[in-house]
Design a protein around this ligand. Structure first.
Ligand code: ZN
Length: 100
């Protein structure tokens, strides 16, 4: 994946580091869920947006086997803490770096 995808994921991780929550895009002022964190607007090439989603989907390590989670569901049902969310984004960043 491109360097742009890596840096976009790193920016999203910084937003989560500044405040993370569950149950809504912005559960409280200053808190974002993973779906909100990766929203970078129309300026982001569609391929980069897609690749971010792939990197996050591949690294969910869902602890509810058999359930296929998308990003908002995983954020709300599998992640317990902000640290869990940051670990997830670390795995996604590592995955994006490894992909051609
Ligand atoms: Zn999950």
């Amino acid at each position: 994946m491109s360097d742009d995808v890596v840096s976009l994921l790193q920016r999203a991780k910084e937003k989560i580091a500044a405040g993370w929550g569950q149950g809504d895009y912005e559960p409280e002022p200053g808190l974002v869920c993973a779906s909100k964190a990766i929203q970078v607007g129309a300026a982001c090439p569609i391929q980069d947006q897609y690749d971010m989603g792939v990197a996050l989907a591949k690294t969910m390590n869902c602890d509810s086997p058999g359930r296929r989670h998308n990003i908002p569901h995983h954020n709300d049902y599998c992640l317990r803490t902000q640290a869990d969310a940051l670990d997830w984004f670390d795995r996604a960043i590592a995955y994006a770096k490894e992909q051609p």
